[in-house]
Design a protein around this ligand. Structure first.
Ligand SMILES: [Fe+2]
Length: 455
């Protein structure tokens, strides 16, 4: 009897494991994700005349001592000043911002303010106020600890969020997860471009929807294909116009000439943001910048090297299949040479984690086109599972490739928790579970300080 039970268990295991890792058999509702209506409470305008809305913050320099505060005033320009301080009752510092706006076909944006708060102290709670009179609004954020090799720090990972009821579940789930101190956002924000004429009102609703998190902790922005907003049929020829007006990033402080690729240090992590939809071939500005960037990373100062991009380089779903291949050919040798710990991407509306593998042995003539185990290679993680209206990517290539460790078509978010220079704990949470349930988890070993194989 025991032998029979064992045989059945082995059979079941074989069905789940295929030839690669695990394809989760978790069963979920297959209903398509639906955008929340314009009157949904999460899109509500803040009260008061010309009250600031869509408040969001991001890191404002290379080291984590600055914050960019951005917001929109709908009716008139108003003040671009941010009052701030370490006590709620004593906002004794202030900074002047700038204001911009844009038109997109028949849409005219509100007044978009960006203000940089500089020379902040590390590891402090700051309160800040935007707006005027009775419509002024007060928020707070925490600065990161000083950059150093053993500083614990916890990042949230969210991608392809959109503004559906499922997006709301994802964001709520992330917020109720006590760990996340900053969000690494892997692109595709509002999905306004799926509306007729790229209805930019949906950029505004998205800004109001996510404010409950973006006003209180920095979201580190990566651009996706839904940020391109290229629409020649209505006379809109400038790519990324809404995104670049609404979301500022500190690209100049890492010597980048473009907001689409840049780097920051935060606590014990060095984060490189790449652009899947800007030129990245040989001699392009992004390529030249990246080649100069990697040698600057000091792993004795920031042991954890994280790369963000939108389109995944390894993806075994039948959606966006091979779209990351040109960037893989260009940049994978750099990722292996410089021992990147992990690469997070979105784009595919599902979850997948790879083993440490590389395909750098391949060239056009040698035929070595199978990814192989490589302890200098990053782990590739796709978290394009925020919940946008395009729905889940549930169709997968079969059998599961050997390099794929875990894949599941569910909405969710992830947490990357750095403990010290050698260890980081990673969890992926699916929306259907409580916060205590880890659908996929892994202890990461740092590639420079602890380059063992993770199990
Ligand atoms: Fe995408």
């Amino acid at each position: 009897m025991a032998r029979l039970v064992l045989a059945v268990m082995l059979l079941l295991n074989a069905a789940i494991l295929c030839s690669g890792g695990i394809t989760s058999e978790f069963v979920r509702l297959q209903e398509s994700a639906v955008d929340m209506p314009l009157h949904a409470d999460v899109f509500r305008m803040p009260p008061g005349y010309n009250a600031p809305q869509q408040v969001h913050i991001t890191q404002g320099d290379h080291e984590g001592r600055s914050i960019i505060v951005s917001w929109i005033t709908p009716s008139e320009k108003g003040s671009s000043t941010v009052f701030y301080g370490t006590s709620e009752n004593k906002l004794d510092q202030h900074a002047e911002g700038t204001v911009t706006m844009y038109k997109f076909y028949t849409y005219t944006s509100g007044y978009i303010h960006h203000c940089v708060l500089t020379d902040l102290k590390y590891d402090r709670k700051y309160f800040y106020k935007v707006g005027e009179g009775s419509a002024a609004r007060l928020f707070w954020f925490k600065t990161p600890p000083e950059v150093g090799p053993d500083v614990p720090y916890t990042f949230g990972l969210i991608g392809d969020l959109g503004q559906t009821f499922d997006s709301n579940v994802t964001l709520t789930h992330y917020e109720s997860n006590p760990g996340g101190q900053a969000v690494l956002y892997v692109g595709d924000l509002s999905y306004a471009d799926v509306y007729p004429d790229h209805d930019n009102v949906r950029w505004d609703t998205w800004g109001r929807f996510v404010e409950r998190s973006t006003a209180y902790q920095p979201w580190i922005w990566t651009t996706g294909n839904h940020e391109i907003d290229y629409a020649p049929e209505i006379g809109e020829y400038v790519p990324f116009k809404p995104f670049t007006h609404r979301y500022h990033v500190p690209h100049k402080s890492s010597g980048s000439g473009s907001p689409f690729w840049y780097s920051i240090k935060r606590a014990s992590a060095y984060i490189i943001v790449l652009a899947s939809y800007s030129a990245f071939g040989k001699y392009t500005p992004q390529s030249e910048w990246l080649e100069q960037e990697f040698p600057k990373v000091n792993r004795s100062e920031t042991p954890w090297l994280i790369v963000l991009m939108h389109s995944p380089l390894y993806n075994s779903y039948n959606y966006h299949y091979m779209e990351g291949e040109t960037m893989r050919v260009m940049y994978e040798p750099l990722f292996v040479t410089y021992k990147v710990d992990v690469i997070f991407a979105g784009h595919v509306h599902a979850y997948e984690r790879s083993y440490r593998i590389s395909n750098v042995a391949y060239n056009i003539t040698d035929g070595k086109c199978t990814p192989t185990s490589d302890l200098s290679a990053p782990v590739y993680i796709t978290v394009g599972d925020g919940g946008n209206q395009e729905g889940l990517a549930s169709s997968m290539t079969e059998p599961q490739p050997n390099y794929s460790a875990y894949r599941e078509a569910s909405f969710g978010h992830a947490i990357f928790g750095i403990k010290n220079r050698t260890h980081a704990y990673y969890n992926w949470y699916r929306n259907q579970d409580g916060n205590a349930v880890e659908a996929d988890s892994l202890w990461f070993f740092n590639r420079v300080w602890n380059p063992r194989e993770e199990s």
